[in-house]
Design a protein around this ligand. Structure first.
Ligand code: PGA
Ligand code: ZN
Length: 439
């Protein structure tokens, strides 16, 4: 039982310099805080992130969300006792009373929900992952395999490629720490390769490089692919980096892709500007098929626009047996949308982002539904993230075996990796790595 003495929130900045909400929950055992992340290429069906509008911070301030915590939520919770996450979140949901958290703001609600998880963990003398695992009904903790983004494009990097994120996954490594070492080594190798080609190595929002691949995209013959345009060029560069770093491509290291296709979906067609192509959903399915034939891609996220369930289904039907088909903007961690995608066989994996839905309990429910539907789950950061490493514990707690939390660079990204190193140490010999990843 946690007795809430005080609730307090303030406005702080995320990794992009944009305001976000930090909440503190005070109990007899101490003060427990949490900071909410925020997306750039956010899905339109996400719960509402309350922003002030007006002049300050170009309208991006969160003072209304902060005062919703300090007034409405504090008034309702202070002096009350709660015995579970579900109970607390139920009260928050009742207080908000809307479908998409538009009264209080999902950022306001989630900050308190997450801070409460930390208070409960200490109350029960558990690590955060221990408490979240208990709330999820899972005792088998799993250290997740990173999906680590090395090259960014789309809305994350001024459209240097059409696809948003080109990621490496050290699927063949045996422990989290050796996987992280591999990720870091390949990342530095890639930087050397880019420099030699006179490409930029400045890092973007998630710590990844954002080279202008348009300049290299004139159908060059690649060592791995016969014909390269800007989007496949990114995988070609990653392939070289993996091999030059001394790892075996396809064995130690596989690739993952987050297309974020809603960003280039125009009038019912997919417009690949860097390649000068306009494709139907079906043609895009085939283009991914060609990429899968050339590169060891094991996961494709948001290959189609956020309401194009049909193209997702076509892709899953054709390629779902050999690749993880992940829904992010399509599903927005929302149980109703997951149910629709399950019924249409649109995906076989959920990208789990707590701030898309707004409470810890609803995030756990979404993961439960995904697992019950025989899907995979990938716990994920946002492009606007913070020093809060909550998702590292969440990934371990639900045992999903995968986390997407950026490049091994920039402290808001390494905060999660470093927390996972500490968890691995705490679990000692019991630390299972990357299980439940079927591809
Ligand atoms: P976002 O992007 O955090 O900007 O929404 C991440 C993603 O699309 O997975
Ligand atoms: Zn995504």
């Amino acid at each position: 039982m946690v007795n809430i003495k005080k609730i307090f929130a303030r406005q702080v900045l995320d990794s992009r310099g944009i305001p976000t909400v930090e909440a503190e929950v005070s109990t007899d055992k101490g003060v427990f805080s949490a900071i909410v992340p925020s997306g750039t290429s956010a899905g339109k069906h996400e719960a509402l992130e309350l922003r002030d509008g007006g002049k300050e911070y170009f309208g991006k301030g969160v003072s209304k969300a902060v005062s919703n915590v300090n007034q409405l939520i504090a008034l309702r919770l202070e002096g009350k006792s709660f015995s579970s996450q579900k109970e607390l979140d139920g009260v928050l949901l009742g207080l908000d009373g809307t479908q998409n958290k538009s009264r209080l703001g999902a950022n306001a609600v989630l900050s308190v929900s997450m801070a409460f998880s930390r208070a409960m963990a200490v109350e029960k003398d558990l690590e955060l992952f221990g408490f979240l695992g208990e709330s999820f009904g899972n005792k088998e903790f799993v250290l997740p395999c990173p999906q680590s983004v090395f090259i960014s494009g789309g809305a994350h990097a001024d459209k240097s490629t059409d696809f948003q994120e080109f990621m490496v996954m050290p699927t063949g490594l045996k422990s989290f720490s050796s996987a992280l070492q591999c990720v870091a080594e390949v990342y530095h190798r890639l930087a050397e390769i880019l420099k030699k080609k006179d490409l930029h190595t400045n890092v973007g929002k998630e710590g990844s490089f954002a080279p202008n691949l348009k300049s290299l995209s004139l159908a060059i013959q690649g060592a791995f692919a016969p014909r390269l345009e800007s989007n496949s060029m990114a995988f070609e560069l990653l392939s070289i980096a993996v091999e030059e770093a001394g790892y075996s491509l396809g064995k130690d290291v596989s690739f993952a892709l987050d297309v974020a296709a809603s960003e280039f979906f125009k009038n019912g067609k997919y417009v690949l500007e860097t390649e000068g192509k306009t494709l139907t959903g079906g043609e895009l399915v085939d283009m991914y098929g060609e990429l899968l034939d050339v590169f060891p891609v094991v996961s494709v996220e948001d290959g189609f626009a956020e309401d194009d369930f049909e193209s997702f289904s076509e892709f899953t039907k054709k390629f779902g047996h050999r690749v993880q088909v992940v829904g992010d903007d399509l599903l927005v961690t929302n149980v109703e949308r997951i149910k629709k995608a399950v019924s249409m066989n649109s995906c076989n994996a959920l990208l789990l982002k707590p701030n898309q839905i707004g409470t810890v309990s609803e995030s756990l429910e979404a993961a439960r539904l995904a697992f019950d539907s025989k899907w995979n789950v990938v716990v994920s950061h946002r492009s606007g993230d913070t020093e809060d490493a909550f998702i590292a514990d969440l990934a371990v707690a639900i045992g999903c075996g995968q986390i997407k939390t950026g490049a091994p660079a920039r402290s808001e990204r390494t905060a999660k990796y470093n927390r996972l190193l500490r968890i691995e140490e705490k679990l000692g010999g019991k630390a299972v790595f990357g299980k439940n990843f079927f591809v």
